[in-house]
Ligand binder design. Structure first.
Ligand code: ADP
Ligand code: MG
Length: 978
């Protein structure tokens, strides 16, 4: 029975051993196991510690439950296997301990480490191993008995302790390091604290810390203590420490910051603090902040006071501002990158900008005078290191448009933004200074000029004085000679009048037995004499002038043919005139006379061969003081003159020409005329070098009178008869009206035949005025030929819308149609002037017969010279009038009261009252009376306006006398005869 339950132990391994079929193993069936094996097996099965038995030649492994636990996943396969099969990895180790056992030795191993799989997971296991030989009953070693005690918990515990020990060590080491570091940091902190403390103490800004609701001053640095004059403030509430600030609201401010926990920033705040001596208050200006100090919960427990004393800066700024305001110094900041200019109020006032204008650089530049713009900052930006260095320039004020001088100075300052350029400058008004400078400069210049001119004057004075004396002498001479000439002309005219009157009377008397040719030559001589006396009058500047605006180029153009005729064909005439030549104010007739006189002198100087150049230009004579003149320079290639002749050239009657060749009055006339016209005359001449005579005439600003304005006296008719021939009745009618209004007597004809009939009838016709194209049998050529036969004294004037088909005789003129009243008047006058009507007694008689009502007038002749008076009376009687004489104005006035007189014929110069006074008084008492005033001074008599007095220049011939009577017979006109 017992056999069946062996091994009769509890446990899993005992169960396995019991149930296993051992017969196929090296141990053989369990029943056959030797007793030793059985005992040993039972021993290990019953052992509480892990035990194993390696038995027999095969080293079959038997073990207990404790071993099975340690063997892990090897169990249960390992049970009954050869140990080498069961633990192949530990074959060497097992062989070693087996060998030792079989040698009778015991092996012990402590804390041997194995990694064994338990439930498939490798597990670290530490064991103590005890190996002892197992012997059979014969004392023969048959196997090995192994005891295995797991020490994993102990080994791991030891290991953990070791690890912790090591960790502790490390921590200690680290702690040591930290301590060292801490010590160092502490040291540094102490240093830093000291440094901070020093910083705090020495900081330029004032600092203090106040704590608690009463603001107890805990800390204050040196600056703060300085500010409060080193009063003992530490540990005291502000209220006590600095009582003077309470009133000024600073404690309230601290209260507010403490209460609300918000910082307060003050800028340029005025504070009054007790002064060092404690006696007065001192003003300080501060920038400061009250910064609340908070604990971890955000509660304010104190206030940090920090700030800077800006008193000096603020006062400087204030002084600067006041200086700017008072001194009107404008400041500006200019940012060239944007063109922006920030300007002060004073600056705005300088330029006249309103306070709200955004001033820009370009706006400023625009106001600067263009000539000064190169000094403006923007103009200099690129070229100058400092574009706003000192400069003075003129601006136009924006508001008033006033011109002001501005001085500017400035310099670059660092911009707040990187790379930004910025300039700061100041400007002020220097207009007044400039004005003073200018005045000064002018005064200095004037002084300088004065000095210079004084020096120059001293040098020149002598020459000038000599020159002036010469000029004065010359002027005095000219004046004296002029007066003399005028007197001579006057007397000369009177003498000529006597001669002329006698000649006229002789003619009337039937020539007094003399041949007609003698009388004619005598009359011609009177005319020459009369021309001379008119030249004398011109020299004496007593010629009546009718200056009109004249273009000299045109006048010369009109004169050209006349000049060519006068000079002859061996003298070349050149006329030069520039474009833009001004007009001059001049009497055209007199100027023509002057030019003709000079041209004839040139011709004589050139002996008829050479070149005459007339150049016109806008040029003033020296000493004209800016007055504008036109110069007429006449140059000849003649013999020229030495200075002594030039000196005398203007003297009346000075001539170098052979007796009878020159009168010596030509240049005198030119001189007198130019002077009377407000002009100047200069002569440049050297013997053999030709002569240039320069005439300067004052500029006229008006339009040039188109055609030469004729002498009004010259264009009026003197009652001459004009025969107007035209097939156009309307033309005849208007022409008649014009001619009648001009003072002509007009006869009319519709064609050449009618005209011839009139001429043949014996009616006196002074001028035949005919159209070229005419209907009927007789053409204009035949009309002229026939008129020359039947009326040889009749002048001829042609008119036509086109050019005549044949050459006209020299004495016949053509007036192109259409013509103006003036052109007709002038042409008629000119043609009538060509052939002075020789008045014959029969003509006069004939005219008388025409019943013009001119005969039989009662005429009172007033003349102090008995011969002249007598002659005048005789002439008037010859004309069929009743003439009586009187020697003085006074006598004449008495006579006028007593007897009936139609016409008062008086001389201008009378011993008592003058002719003009006589005329005025006579007309006043007898308004119906007509007065004829005869004058030896030619036309140069100023008559009262509207006097109605008829002027008759001496010497007069019979027709002129007759005409003046004819005028007197007409209803009185406003204007005089001349
Ligand atoms: P007249 O021609 O009758 O001699 P003027 O008064 O015209 O009188 O001239 C006076 C003098 O001036 C002349 O005689 C002549 O000697 C001189 N003279 C005038 N013009 C010239 C001239 N162009 N060239 C040279 N001599 C001149
Ligand atoms: Mg002459």
């Amino acid at each position: 029975m017992s056999e069946l339950v062996w091994p009769a132990c509890d446990g899993e391994t005992a169960q396995l051993i019991r149930t296993r079929d051992w017969s196929r193993t090296a141990l053989g069936p369990i029943d056959s196991w030797p007793a030793t094996l059985r005992i040993l097996t039972e021993t290990i099965l019953r052992s509480p510690v892990g035990m194993a038995l390696l038995w027999g030649d095969d080293n079959t492994l038997l073990y207990n439950d404790a071993y099975a636990l340690i063997a892990g996943d090897k169990h249960p396969q390992a049970l009954g296997m050869s140990v080498h099969e069961a633990w192949p990895d530990a074959r060497d180790f097992n062989q070693t301990v087996l060998d030792a056992a079989y040698a009778g030795e015991v092996s012990v191993f402590r804390d041997r480490h194995f990694v064994l799989a338990h439930n498939g997971e490798p597990k670290d296991i530490w064991v103590d191993l005890y190996y002892a030989p197992a012997m059979d009953e014969h004392g023969q070693v048959r196997g090995l008995l192994a005891t295995i005690i797991e020490t994993t918990a102990r080994v791991q515990g030891e290991r953990e302790r070791e690890r912790q020990g090591r960790h502790l060590e490390q921590v200690n080491t680290r702690l040591d390091a930290l301590r060292v570091q801490l010590e160092q940091t502490n040291d540094k902190l102490v240093g830093d604290m000291a440094f901070l403390n020093t910083l705090f103490r020495q900081a330029p800004s004032f600092m203090a810390v106040v704590t608690g609701p009463d603001h107890v001053i805990e800390l204050a640095n040196d600056s703060y203590l300085r500010l409060v004059q080193h009063r003992p403030i530490i540990g005291k509430p502000v209220r006590e420490a600095l009582p003077e600030v309470v009133e000024q609201g600073f404690v309230d401010l601290l209260d507010q910051v403490y209460r609300e926990g918000e910082p307060f920033h003050g800028r340029s705040v005025d504070v009054q603090l007790v002064s060092a001596d404690g006696l007065a208050m001192e003003r300080r200006i501060l920038d400061f902040v009250y910064q609340p100090l908070k604990d971890g919960h955000g509660n304010t427990h104190g206030i940090f006071v920090e700030g800077i004393d800006v008193t000096d800066h603020a006062l400087t700024e204030e002084r600067l501002r006041v200086a700017q305001e008072v001194g009107e110094i404008g400041t500006f900041e200019w940012y060239p990158n944007t063109g922006k200019v920030v300007v002060s109020e004073a600056y705005r006032r300088l330029w006249g900008f309103t306070p709200d204008t955004d001033v820009t650089a370009s706006m400023l530049v625009n106001q600067v005078e263009p000539a000064h713009r190169h000094m403006a900052g923007p103009s200099r930006l690129e070229q100058y290191d400092n574009p706003i260095g000192y400069a003075e320039f003129m601006i136009t004020r924006v508001d008033t448009g006033e011109k002001r001088w501005i001085a500017r100075r400035g310099q670059a300052v660092t911009g707040t933004k990187g790379g930004e350029r910025r300039y700061l400058g100041a400007a002020f008004d220097i207009t007044e200074r400039k004005r003073i400078e200018e005045d000064l400069r002018e005064a200095q210049a004037a002084l300088h000029a004065l000095n210079q001119s004084l020096e120059l004057k001293v040098v020149l004075e002598e020459t000038e004085r000599v020159k002036a004396e010469d000029a004065l002498r010359q002027a005095q001479k000219m004046e004296a000679v002029g007066q003399l000439a005028s007197g001579v002309a006057h007397d000369f005219n009177n003498v000529l009048q006597i001669i002329s009157s006698n000649l006229q009377l002789m003619e009337l008397d039937g020539l007094g037995g003399l041949p007609g040719a003698r009388i004619a030559s005598a009359i011609a001589a009177v005319e020459r004499g009369s021309k001379l006396s008119s030249q004398l009058l011109a020299f004496a500047r007593k010629q009546p002038l009718q200056p009109v605006a004249t273009h000299l180029g045109r006048l010369l153009g009109d004169m050209e043919s006349l000049l060519l005729r006068a000079l002859g064909d061996r003298i070349v005439v050149d006329i030069h005139q520039p474009a833009g030549l001004w007009n001059v104010e001049v009497d055209q007739n007199q100027l023509e006379n002057a030019i003709l006189n000079m041209a004839i002198n040139a011709r004589d100087a050139m002996d008829g061969v050479g070149r005459l150049t007339i150049s016109l230009s806008n040029a003033a004579p020296d000493g004209a003081d800016g007055a504008e003149h036109v110069c007429l320079a006449m140059n000849d290639t003649g013999c020229g003159m030495p200075p002594e002749i030039v000196e005398k050239i203007f003297d009346p009657f000075y001539t170098t020409k052979a007796p009878g060749k020159g009168t010596g009055l030509g240049m005198s006339m030119v001189y007198g005329f130019v002077k009377q016209s407000g002009g100047e005359i200069r002569i440049q001449s050297r013997p053999g070098q030709g002569t240039t005579i320069l005439i300067y005439l004052p500029r006229a600003l008006g339009e040039a009178v188109e055609a030469r304005a004729p002498d009004s006296a010259a264009v009026h008719g003197n009652g001459e008869t004009v025969l107007v021939v035209d097939d156009d009745a309307a033309v005849v009618a208007t022409t008649t009206d014009v001619l009648t209004s001009l003072g002509y007597h007009v006869l009319r004809a519709g064609d050449a035949q009618q005209a011839l009939a009139v001429l043949q009838s014996g009616v006196r016709v002074d001028l035949l005025f005919t159209d070229l194209s005419m209907p009927g049998a007789v053409d204009w050529v035949s009309l002229i030929e026939r008129s020359r036969v039947v009326a040889p004294d009749t002048a001829i004037l042609l008119t036509s819308g086109q050019l005549p088909d044949r050459q006209l005789d020299d004495d016949i003129e053509l007036l192109p149609k259409p013509y103006s009243r003036e052109q007709l008047a002038r042409a008629v006058r000119q043609q009538l002037g060509r052939t002075p009507p020789v008045v014959a007694a029969d003509r006069v008689a004939h005219q008388d017969l025409t019943g013009n009502g001119q005969a039989g007038r009662r005429i009172l002749v007033v003349e102090d010279d008995p011969d002249t008076r007598e002659l005048a009376c005789e002439l008037l009687s010859a004309l069929g009038h009743e003439a009586s004489g009187s020697g003085s104005a006074e006598h004449a006035l008495a006579l006028l009261k007593e007897s009936d007189v139609d016409i008062l014929f008086t001389d201008l110069n009378l011993p008592g009252l003058s002719g003009i006074e006589l005329a005025t008084r006579a007309i006043a008492s007898q308004p119906a009376l007509t007065v004829i005033l005869a004058s030896g001074e030619g036309n140069n008599v100023k008559l009262p306006a509207d006097s109605g007095v008829i002027l008759l220049p001496k010497p007069y011939d019979l027709p002129q006398l007759e005409l003046s009577i004819a005028h007197a017979a007409r209803p009185r006109r406003a204007a005089s005869l001349h």
